[in-house]
Every structure is written in C-alpha cells, then in structure tokens.
Design a protein around this ligand. Structure first.
Ligand code: ATP
Ligand code: MG
Length: 423
C-alpha cells in the first residue's frame, strides 16, 4: 500500500464542511475589512525565503523543502506566505498604487518539522497583509480583523501582544540578551547555543523546557524600546482598549521569522485535551506582526507592512474543541427512486432539471432494488423521496414523501421544483 508522506493530511468529505465554514467566514471577514484576494506560486526561488524569512531562522536553516529544478536553479516550496506576497507586490508594481494596499490569501505551506498535534509538514494558512501604513491605527485594525474572525467562528482565544523594537533599539537589546544568556550557555540546547551569536532573540521562542526556564528571567524587550517604538506600542494598546479587545502584553512573544519589527502578536487557543493527563493543549492559532523593512529587503521600495497568518488546521481543531456545532455535509433535497429502465431515464431528466436550478437532488445510478434505494435515501438524509415507474411517467404525477414526518402527498412532476423549494 502506498501511504501519504509523514506530516501531511487528507481532508475527507466528512471533515470538509468545517474547513469550508472557516474559509467562508475568513473570506467574508476579509471582505468587510476591504481586503482583496491574492494567489501566488507554490514554489519560489530559494533566495526569496533566505532573504525574506532570514538566514538564521529555524525555517530557513532546517525546515525548507528545497530542490534544484532541471536547469539547476534552487527552488523552495513556500514555507510561509508573506515573502511570496511581498515578491508579488514588488513584481507587479502594486507598491505604486494608492495606499493602504490590503491583501489576503489561502495557501498551503511546507516545513520539514517533527509532526505532532497541530504541527504538520504541509499545513494551511489564511493570511492577510496590509501595506503602506505605519500607524498604530493600522496595527489595531489588523489585530481587530483576526479578533473578528475568531469571534465569528466562536473560538475563544487569548491575545498576546508585544513590541520587538526597530533597527534603532534592537542592537542594545541584543547585547543585553547575549550577556544574559552567556551566563547559562552550558545549559542551553544545542540550537540555542548557536542562536546565542546569530539570533539571540530566537532563544526566547525555544520550545525546550530548560531554555524556556532560563528565558523566563531574560531582559525584557519592553525595557529597551526607543521612544518611538514605546509610544507606538502604547498607542496601539489604547486603540485596542477603545475597541474593547482584551490582550496581555507578553515580552516573550518574538515570532519565528526574522522580518518582524515593532508590534507582534499571537492568538492562543485550546485545541485538544490529552486523553491520559486530561491536560488541555493550547497552541498559537494566529500570529503576526509588523514588517517595516521586508519590502526593501526583497528589493522593493521602502514600504511598511503588517499582517498575520492563521493556521487553518489549528482553527479547525480549535473550532471543534470549542464545542460549537460544526456544520455537517449537506443532505439531498430530494431522492428520486426509479422503477425500470424508462423511469430511470425520466429520473435522470428530473434531477438534471432540478440541478440546473441549483437544487441538490439524487437518483439511483447503482441499480439498486426499490427497497435498498429507500434505505440508501434514508442514509443520505434526503428530505423528500419520489418513487417513479411507468404509471407516474404516463400520468405525470407521483407521491412525494417527506422523510422526516413520513407525510405523503400527490404532486405533479412538473411542479417538483416549486413543491420542494417552497418551504
Ligand atoms: P510555531 O511557534 O507554532 O512553530 P511559527 O512561529 O513557526 O509557529 P508562523 O510562521 O508565524 O508560525 O505561522 C503562522 C501560523 O501558522 C501559526 O501560528 C500556526 O497556527 C500555523 N503553523 C505554523 N507552523 C505550522 C505547522 N507546522 N503545522 C500547522 N500549523 C502551523
Ligand atoms: Mg515554527
């Protein structure tokens, strides 16, 4: 048997309705915030991610699916969407249009990670990016978009925000971190030993328990912000307060990608309960921040940006865990059971006409007996059934049965559409 690669998933029809519900709600939320959809390639030049996401990040160092194409060019399956959007914005000249530019996307991402609950090698994201505004107002709007989406989905989450500073204040903070972590260098995990020189802020994001314990008392970025970054954070907080959006400032939020500046944020939600320990597993379901230097880094003009990505797989898990009723597959409005060959052709024509009008209708195509057709119709959850044989075709009328109430009535077959849609 051929099996799927580790860390990938098949999303089956029984699970699709909840995905579709999230996609529809996300699309609609993007609409009311004035975002347009962007789609981009599945693979890009490796250089885009090396430059955009950053050479020293876990994503670029360990997690990318990189390959040479037949011409020997290095290509990479996208590990995230923001760098792709920025590339597209620059390449298509969107940076020259009226600002703000607001874009959203649905995309799959590929990262070579150790698979676990909520952590896959191919996963799905809904993402938004806003360009051309550097104000705290734009931060507040982007955060409120994510908040609105989660509220509309009935997902209860905690919002954590932070500022990771800018080019002006980060070097001083970096020095403070290096001297703090140097004291504990022997105890840090091997990856963090390396991070100490290349990217000490990333140690704050390490998932190893010892590094987490050491990081708990590390200098806080909020004590090192320059006046501009500090007042930006305060103004953003005030706007969130004004909208009544609850948050906690958590100086430990640093994000896994290099391009972030100033405001960063995460929404954390319960997604699962451990069956042995009964412990509730909480994961980041949506994460983002401001990236004022990224467009320039990738070769475009100076253009500030801010966005987030929500992990679709985790939204699905969070929505199921929230206990809110998740949508089920749709049942046919009507199931037509034909008796004999002539009726079979007539049934095809009847459901063809209904389907032309957008009605979900079914008839037998397997060749079942009448008894097993009725059993099958019941299993599909069909609202109505109609049995047709030669007699029904000749008279043009048949018995319509309401499967829930078992009520029956005679109808003209020509009126089938009107009868079953008049509810
Ligand atoms: P984490 O800290 O969980 O590794 P990250 O910082 O790598 O997350 P981002 O690159 O910011 O994550 O991606 C945004 C969102 O995409 C995350 O908040 C999460 O919901 C989702 N996500 C990230 N990696 C995975 C994965 N391997 N499988 C499923 N979802 C993921
Ligand atoms: Mg990660």
């Amino acid at each position: 048997m051929i099996i799927k690669p580790r860390g990938t998933s098949d999303i089956l029809p029984k699970d699709s309705p909840v995905w579709q519900k999230i996609e529809e709600t996300a699309r609609d939320t993007a609409r009311i915030y004035g975002y347009g959809e962007i789609r981009f390639p599945t693979f890009e030049s490796t250089e885009l991610f090396a430059r955009g996401v950053g050479d020293t990040t876990d994503v670029v160092q360990k997690e990318m699916y990189t390959f040479s194409d037949k011409d020997g060019r290095s290509m990479t399956l996208r590990p995230e969407g923001t760098a792709c959007v920025v590339r597209s914005v620059i390449e298509n000249g969107l940076a020259g249009e009226a600002m703000p530019l607001k874009l959203y996307y649905f995309t799959s991402c590929f990262r070579y990670e150790k698979p676990a609950a909520g952590r896959y090698r191919e996963f799905y994201q809904f993402g938004t990016e806003l360009f051309g505004a550097e104000t705290p107002a734009s931060d507040a709007q982007v955060i409120s978009l994510a908040d609105t989406l989660l509220n509309r989905l009935g997902i209860r989450s905690d919002l954590k925000i932070n500022s990771i500073g800018c080019k002006a204040c980060r070097p001083k903070y970096r020095e403070a971190l290096i001297s703090y972590f140097k004291q504990y260098e022997d105890r840090l995990c091997d990856t963090c030993k390396g991070r100490l020189q290349t990217n000490p802020m990333r140690i704050l994001d390490c998932k190893s328990p010892i590094c987490k314990e050491i990081a708990a008392n590390a200098p806080k970025v909020t004590d090192y912000l320059c006046p501009d970054c500090a007042s930006h954070l305060e103004a953003t907080k005030a706007l969130l307060d004004g909208m009544g959006i609850k948050y906690e400032v958590d100086p430990g939020i640093v994000r896994g990608l290099d391009y972030y500046t100033k405001t960063v944020f995460e929404f954390i939600a319960p997604i699962d309960r451990d069956s042995k320990t009964d412990e509730i597993k909480r994961l980041t379901i949506c994460a983002g921040g401001r990236y004022d230097g990224l467009v320039e880094e990738i070769g475009g003009p100076r253009l500030p940006g801010i966005g987030f990505a929500a992990g679709m797989d985790r939204l699905v898990a969070a929505m199921k865990f929230s206990g809110r009723e998740v949508p089920a597959s749709e049942a046919p409005a009507v199931y037509i059971a034909p008796l004999g060959q002539r009726a079979s052709a007539a049934a095809q024509k009847l459901i063809y006409d209904l389907r032309q009008k957008g009605v979900y209708a079914e008839c037998d195509i397997v060749g079942r007996s009448l008894k097993s057709q009725m059993k099958y119709a019941d299993k599909t959850g069909a609202e109505y059934t109609v049995i047709i044989g030669d007699n029904e075709i000749d008279t043009g009328s048949a018995i319509l049965k309401n499967m829930k109430t078992s009520e029956q009535c005679e109808i003209k077959l020509d009126n089938l559409y009107e009868v079953i849609t008049k509810r």
